[in-house]
Each structure stands twice: as C-alpha cells, then as structure tokens.
Design a protein around this ligand. Structure first.
Ligand code: NAD
Ligand code: UFG
Length: 341
C-alpha cells in the first residue's frame, strides 16, 4: 500500500507543486486547505496534470473537529505542513492573525497527530529564521532570530518542535528552511498567484513583463554586494517540491535518526536583483522597465544557503537554473495573466 500523506496547505503555491512530486514518487495524498490564499482551481489542475483526482478537503487547521475527522477516516504515514500565512508586511499589521494561524494552527495539528500516533512531520520553515546572517553561506547551526511576527511565528514553531522531540523521541520532525522559492510547473498550468500587487520580486518582475504593472522598483542599489542590489538564493519550486519527497523518503528509512531535523532547501548560490531581472528579460524577450528606489525596511543585503546538509542527508540538491526559473515563471504568467481566476 502507498504511504498516505496529509498535505496541509496543499492548494497553495509550494503545496500544489509538491503534490505532483509526491504523486510521481508513489505517495498517496490528501490535501487539507481552507483556501484562504488559494483556489480550488489549483487542485483541479494538479488532478489534470497527474491524471488522477486529488482528494481535497476544505478545512481549517485551527478547527479541531474537522481535522479529527480526517485523522479518523484516514491512516497517515505522515504530514507535510504548508498551511500558514506568509505576508511579512501583513503580519506586522495583524500579528494575532499570524500567531493564530501559524502557531495555534500548528499546535492543534500536532496535538491531533499525537492523539492518532502519527509522528512523521515535515514543516515549512524559512530562511527568515536566520535574521541578518553574520556568515555566508548560512548553515543550519547559524544563530536564529526574527524581526517580524511572521518570522517569529516560524521560530516559535521550530521551538515547539524542538521541545516535542525532547519529550518524545518517537517524532521525526523535518524542518525545511526554504530560501527564495520562485518559478512554476513546466506545463505552465500551476504557479504562484499572489493577491493584489505582489510583494516578492519574481512575481513583480513577471507582472511588469506581461504589462500588468508599469515598472519594477529595485529596493536599494547601495548594498555591499557585487552590483549594489540585494542578493538571494532563488530556488525553483519544482526542486523545492522534490526536497519534500526526499525528506519523506528519508523518514521512511528504518534506521534514520528521529527528532528535530532542520535542513536548508536552497541552491547554495546567490543572485542579485539585477541578475534576476536581466535573466528574465533575456528569457522572455520583454523589456522590463525599472527604477532604483530606497532600501525596503527590514531587508538584508545577502542571503544564501549552505545546501550541504540536504545533499549529505537526503541525497537532494537543486538542479534547475535561474534561466529555468524565469522561463517557467514567464510561461505560467503568459498563459494565466490573471492567475487562477
Ligand atoms: P501559499 O499561501 O500559496 O500556501 C499556503 C496555503 O495554506 C494556502 O493554500 C492557504 O489557503 C492555506 N492556509 C493558510 N492558513 C490555513 C489554515 N489556517 N488552515 C488551512 N489552510 C490554510 O504559500 P506558499 O508560498 O505555498 O507557502 C507554503 C508554506 O511555506 C507557508 O507555511 C510559508 O510560510 C512557507 N514559506 C514560503 C516561502 C515563500 O517564499 N513562498 C518561503 C519560506 C517559507
Ligand atoms: N525586491 C525589489 N523590488 C520588489 C520586490 C523585491 O527590489 O518589488 C528585492 C528585495 O529588496 C530583496 C529581493 O528583491 O532584495 C528579494 O525580495 P523578496 O520580497 O522576493 O524576498 P525576501 O528575500 O524579502 O523574502 C522572501 C519571502 C519571505 C521569506 C524569505 C526567506 O518573502 O517570506 O524570502 O525565505 F522569509
């Protein structure tokens, strides 16, 4: 029998791509999502791409009764937990909403998992837990800090997972710290569909390229980086999806160490804002107007991963290039100028 995985937040950007990778790798998936930041159309398209209907349950991780029901009806090998809110600016304005969704929701889920003796957990953490790093590339032992409620919520969950593993060694708690996920499925059928004007660089660039936005503001050109603009570790969402499969495969090995296991998912390579812009322009053939603007509050100069642990432990490494990330984003954007709607 195929191992069954509950995918919370599976209708979202990273979750939908991961559902495809999980199906291809032989996992049976059940998606649980309240659609607060996604569309059921993403699930329909995943079903079409994998030629198998995805079992989808509309529900909220904070709602005990509906989660209980799912655990009574299904016998899970483990849970991949994407569900959560992720907009840094909004988290500053609505901290309670973020702590409620990201922390209380996760506590609820973990408690129900414990009650049903499901102790394999893959958590969506973020490079944001490293704050402003002293040393690059960033490895998993770097000090952690956060500067906004979103970051704090990720740190709090990491702390909860660490305490949980001290209390009960039966848990396998793989904490994947994503760097900057970008790109879309190669089919152009699913991709990132931000609400309103995008905050993040790649969706902003692609909306300028398709003519929905007039020009990009490049936040800061006086950083201590090769071209003065911010440097990030952009990682293709498809590579990221395979990272989740590798994490589950690892947990399935009988003699794997249990406990809290933080792992970076990045390429190990930094690219600047201008490098990404230039690559996108070349790949798409579009002129992408931009202007330099002041630094964005809270931004750091450079952030990129040491990806060694993921390779050593999971046998996983990112394969797709910046060009692939741009080409796939552009295909998704051109085919779906209004996202899923
Ligand atoms: P997303 O918003 O596209 O997906 C999250 C999904 O969770 C959405 O479908 C949303 O409807 C669902 N959801 C939110 N709250 C819920 C709740 N209470 N109950 C049930 N479902 C709920 O975001 P994403 O980019 O796919 O991110 C997935 C995870 O990865 C998040 O936890 C995010 O914090 C984390 N992460 C994302 C990035 C990034 O840049 N995209 C970087 C680091 C970490
Ligand atoms: N940038 C611009 N113009 C824009 C948007 C972004 O110049 O319109 C610049 C930023 O200043 C930064 C770089 O592009 O230098 C990347 O910015 P993003 O907003 O795309 O990504 P961040 O690195 O700020 O943050 C992202 C997620 C966080 C997550 C973090 C690490 O938004 O939630 O990656 O995973 F925590």
């Amino acid at each position: 029998m195929k191992p069954k995985i509950l995918v919370t937040g599976g209708a979202g950007y990273i979750g939908s791509h991961t559902c495809i990778a999980l199906h291809q790798a032989g996992y049976d998936i059940i998606v649980f999502d309240n659609l607060s930041n996604s569309s059921v159309e993403a699930i329909n398209r995943v079903s079409n791409l994998i030629k198998t209907p995805v079992t989808f349950i509309k529900g909220d991780i904070r709602d005990r009764a509906s989660l209980q029901k799912v655990f009574i009806e299904h016998s899970f090998f483990g849970v991949i937990h994407f569900a959560g809110l992720k907009a840094v600016g909004e988290s500053v304005e609505k901290p309670l909403r973020y702590y409620d969704n990201n922390v209380s929701g996760t506590l609820n889920l973990l408690d129900i998992m414990r009650a049903h003796d499901v102790k394999n957990f893959v958590f969506s953490s973020s490079a944001t837990v490293y704050g402003d790093p002293d040393v690059l590339p960033i490895n998993e032992n770097a000090p952690r800090s956060a500067t906004n409620p979103y970051g704090h919520s990720k740190l709090m969950v990491e702390r909860i997972l660490e305490d949980l593993t001290s209390a009960d060694e039966g848990w396998s708690l793989v904490t994947l710290r994503y760097f900057n996920p970008v790109g879309a499925h190669v089919s152009g059928q699913i991709g990132e569909d931000p609400n309103g004007i995008p905050n993040n660089l790649m969706p902003y660039i692609s909306q300028v390229a398709v003519g929905k936005l007039a020009q990009l503001s490049v936040f800061g050109n006086d950083y201590a980086t090769p071209d003065g603009t911010g440097v990030r570790d952009f990682i293709h969402v498809t590579d990221l999806a395979y990272g989740h499969v590798a994490a589950l495969d690892y947990i399935q090995q009988q003699d794997h160490p249990t406990g809290f296991l933080p792992i970076n998912l990045g390429t190990g390579k930094g690219s600047s804002v201008l490098e990404l812009l230039t690559a996108f322009s070349e790949v798409s053939g579009q002129r992408i107007p931009y202007q330099f603007a002041p630094r964005r509050a809270g931004d750091i100069a450079s952030c990129y991963a040491s990806a060694d642990k993921a390779k050593a432990l999971l046998g996983w490494e990112a394969e797709l290039s910046i060009k692939d990330m741009c080409a796939d984003t552009w295909r998704w954007q051109r085919l779906n100028p209004n996202g899923f709607s």
